[in-house]
Structures are given as structure tokens and as C-alpha cells.
Design a protein around this ligand. Structure first.
Ligand SMILES: [Zn+2]
Length: 484
């Protein structure tokens, strides 16, 4: 079975496989840290965490980069209002982000780069864009010349006319074209700034993400994610810069989640109709909120109302009740040649769960399958003498792996979480050893190459040299997921 994901760039579901198997390189636009996150901000964070967990479950270690935009006009404005240093305000909200994300069962990304620590990479990219003629300088500002990039509009599918209208035609005499966007902004005397070849200033938002994604993942990485409101202009502008800079495709798959609405209006700071995660956590557990968010497919709109979370909370209790029942049920020893109905139900459910997740990470369908299993398992547990120890163990394990490790919607339990999941930092180290081995092979140092391969094998890493390059996998992880 293959994984299919809906790619905004091609407007269709496409078969997914990483460019450099088994490692999946993924970038998700993170929050601008000038306030607490609301539920609309939480949706992509929770969804991409679940997608990452599923990819890992399928044997793909994920190198996930999720940035913090800690340099931004909104941060400067907010800091002025609060009489605080912009840097300290941003740090405060980064800490708050980690608290809220933890409550929602979101695992930290492999790397959480901050713009303030990546000025060098950003400036280097802008210098190259100027040198190649994709950008121009006006005073202390640098702009990207949109007309120079022929692929402009390919992600959003917008025509020049529509994009022009979208640019709100702000009359800025410094820009050659209204669609041109700022790569670098001159800092006012009271504003925070960093030294650059163009004077004291700060990078534009679109440059930050493009430069940090390339810095950690390189070109042609596998998945770029974010909310649908980022498609234009943010992601369109990331593509324009990154592809002009490297001359290669930027991200292979673009995934975008739908909005959360309140009474049919998009939940947003500017509309004032937002619910802070922190406020909701006083009423609901983080696990129930996560369950509620994942109960709708990520591309569908999700209309929020507190009663709907309450309803989700009641459904969720049936799930935890089954988990407890499986832990305490009476079971008979397995008999030869007699199929255990609970074991069969668990296997059938795992198949449905994977089919749903393979189909564009359809967590809604996966959860529907989960509740079918809950009903069936409850009725089997109610029949005395039906359930064997094998069936019980398999049902508990299936529940733990699907609802627990992948969806993250079982109650948190000490220590059981991600011990069995391949670790992305480890994958990066393996890549490093393989890079060393490639160099040895290039110098015809076969002894070193063989020794490195043998040592990796001892550690459970299988290395295969194929015509398409060297591939590797963990010996114990089953990419088919049929380890039951
Ligand atoms: Zn971004």
C-alpha cells in the first residue's frame, strides 16, 4: 500500500515517497510569536504532528523543521504597546507555545529554528538573489522582482491580474511592480535591526521561511505544510525566492489545512472571533481538543463551537473506557485452530486505519474505523469465554499503536509514547555516516566503505547500494506496518 497526499502544487492526490528514502524532510510554517496561539493556529500544528507520526509508523524517519518567526512587524508593534523589548516578548511567547503544544500532545519538531538566529543564511540568500538579478535595492530596502521568476503563481494558480488585485495595489513608489515584495526592510531608528550590506534592517517574512527551510533541508525537500491562508502570497513568495536562488525545485509536496470557522466566519485575530488554546484548556483536556481537531479531515473547514468539543469529549470517553476494559478483561488461553474474533477485529481495523491514513491522511475516516472497532470490541468483551489472551493483547497493542502512537489521542501514560518510533536525529546521523562512506567509495577506499556498512548493520541499519544511489532502512521497522 502506498501513501497518497493531496499536493496543492499539482491540485491532485499524488503517490508519496521521499526523495532520499527513508528520510522524509518536512517544513511547517510556525507561529509568529507575538501572542498566545488560538485554535486556528493549533490545527496545522496538530495535523502535521499526526502526519509526522504516521510517516514514522510507516518506517520513514521524519526530519521536521518548524520555525518561530521571532522578527516581525507585529512583534515590534506589540512590544511597543507593552513597553517590552521585542526579543524578550518573542521569547516569552515561544515558551508559551511549547506549553500549549505539549498539552495538545504535539511532539517538538526536530529543529525549531528562530529567525533571529539565522540572519547569516538569510543575508547570504538575498546577496545571491541580487547578484543573479532577481532582486533590486532601493535605499535600505531590497525587493524581489516578481516578473523575473516565470513560475510565479504556480502554487496558488492565480493569474497575474488576480495577483495584482490581491496585492491591494498599495502605492509604493519604491517598488518596480506592485507585486514585488520586500526581502529586506530598512529599520527605523527605534526599531530592532541587524547589520547587512544594505544597512541596518530586518528580513521580510517570506525570506525567513525560504532561507531556513533551505538551510536545514536543502532544495527539493519532501513536504512543505501550513494553513491554506499561507498559499498566497507567503508560500508563492517562498517558492519564487528559493527556486531563483538554487535553480532547483523547492518543495515537492505542498500540503495545506483548511480554516477553522466560528459561525461560518474564519477564526482569526483580526476578526476577533478566536478562542485561545490556553482558555480552551481550562475547559477541555488537551487530548480531547486534539481528538476534536483530528475528527475532521485536515483539508475540510472545521466549524467550531464549544458544544462540539463537549460532544467529542463524550465520544473520546468510550475510547478510554475500551482501553481500560482491555487492560482488565478476563480472557481464556488461545486454543489451536480456533480464530479469536477480537484478534480478527483488531487486524481488520488496523487495515482500515492504514487505508484511511494512506488516503491523504484522512484522520476523520481513521477515527470512524476506530469507533467501529470500539463497538465491536465492546460487544465481544461482553460475551463470556469469547476472548483469548492473544486477542486481548493484539487489540490493546493495535489501539496503542493507532490511536496512541499515531493519532496521539489516548490519555498520556508515563513512558509508553514514542520509544518504538524511529528517531529523526538518529536518521540525520546515519545520513552523515553514509556521506562519509560515499566519500570513501569515491576515493576507492573499499575497506573503509565496507567497515562503515558492517558497523551500521551491527546497529540494525541495512545499507543497500542501488543504481539510484545508496538507500538504507532500519532492520526492525516494518514499512508495511503488518507486524501484527
Ligand atoms: Zn512560512
Amino acid at each position: 500500500m502506498s501513501i497518497y497526499l493531496y499536493n496543492t502544487l499539482t491540485r491532485k492526490k499524488e503517490k508519496f515517497s521521499p526523495a532520499r528514502p527513508p528520510l522524509v524532510r518536512m517544513y511547517v510554517c510556525g507561529p509568529t510569536t507575538y501572542n498566545l496561539i488560538h485554535l486556528g493556529n493549533a490545527r496545522p500544528i496538530v495535523f502535521f504532528d499526526a502526519l509526522r507520526r504516521y510517516l514514522e509508523y510507516r518506517g520513514y524517519p521524519v526530519l521536521l523543521v518548524q520555525n518561530f518567526t521571532d522578527i516581525d512587524d507585529k512583534i515590534i508593534l506589540r512590544a511597543q504597546e507593552e513597553g517590552e523589548e521585542p526579543g524578550s516578548l518573542a521569547r516569552r511567547y515561544i515558551d508559551a507555545y511549547f506549553e500549549d503544544a505539549h498539552a495538545l500532545g504535539v511532539r517538538p519538531a526536530t529543529v525549531h529554528p528562530r529567525v533571529s538566529q539565522h540572519l547569516e543564511a538569510i543575508v547570504a540568500m538575498l546577496e545571491a538573489l541580487l547578484e543573479k538579478g532577481f532582486a533590486y535595492q532601493v535605499g535600505g530596502n531590497v525587493y524581489f522582482s516578481v516578473r523575473r521568476f516565470s513560475g510565479y503563481g504556480k502554487l496558488s494558480g492565480r493569474s497575474w491580474e488576480a495577483m495584482q488585485a490581491g496585492a491591494r495595489l498599495e502605492i509604493d513608489p519604491r517598488k518596480a511592480d506592485p507585486l514585488d515584495f520586500a526581502l529586506w526592510k530598512e529599520a527605523g531608528p527605534e526599531e530592532p535591526g541587524w547589520d547587512s550590506p544594505w544597512g541596518r534592517g530586518r528580513p521580510g517574512w517570506h525570506s525567513e521561511c525560504a532561507a531556513m527551510a533551505l538551510h536545514y533541508l536543502g532544495p527539493e525537500f519532501d513536504i512543505h505544510g501550513g494553513g491554506a491562508d499561507l498559499i498566497f502570497p507567503h508560500h508563492e513568495n517562498e517558492i519564487a525566492q528559493a527556486e531563483s536562488y538554487t535553480g532547483r525545485p523547492f518543495a515537492r509536496f505542498w500540503l495545506h489545512n483548511g480554516f477553522i470557522t466560528v459561525l461560518e466566519e474564519k477564526m482569526s485575530k483580526s476578526q476577533g472571533n478566536f478562542f485561545l488554546v490556553r482558555e480552551l484548556l481550562q475547559r477541555f483536556s488537551g487530548t480531547v481538543l486534539r481528538f476534536y481537531l483530528l475528527s475532521t479531515h485536515y483539508r475540510s473547514p472545521l466549524d467550531f463551537a464549544p458544544e462540539k468539543v463537549e460532544e467529542a469529549g463524550r465520544a473520546w470517553q468510550r475510547l478510554t473506557a475500551l482501553q481500560e476494559a482491555l487492560a482488565s478483561a478476563q480472557a481464556v488461553p488461545p486454543a489451536d485452530g480456533v480464530a479469536d474474533p477480537l484478534a480478527q477485529a483488531a487486524l481488520a481495523y488496523r487495515g482500515k486505519f492504514m487505508a484511511a491514513m494512506d488516503d491523504d491522511a484522512n484522520t476523520a475516516l481513521a477515527i470512524a474505523g476506530l469507533f467501529e472497532f470500539v463497538r465491536l470490541a465492546n460487544s465481544l468483551l461482553a460475551q463470556a469465554g469469547q476472548v483469548t489472551t492473544t486477542g486481548l493483547a493484539l487489540a490493546a497493542r493495535t489501539l496503542r499503536e493507532t490511536a496512541g502512537e499515531v493519532l496521539g489521542i489516548l490519555p498520556p501514560q508515563g513512558g509508553q509514547a514514542s520509544a518504538a518510533v524511529p528517531n529523526a536525529s538518529l536518521a540525520v546521523l546515519i545520513e552523515l555516516v553514509l556521506e562519509w562512506r560515499r566519500q570513501a567509495r569515491a576515493q576507492r577506499d573499499w575497506a573503509t566503505a565496507d567497515r562503515l556498512r558492517a558497523r551500521l548493520e551491527e546497529l540494525g541499519v541495512v545499507v543497500e547500494d542501488t543504481p539510484a544511489g545508496t538507500r538504507w532502512r532500519y532492520r526492525t521497522a516494518s514499512a508495511g506496518g503488518d507486524s501484527a
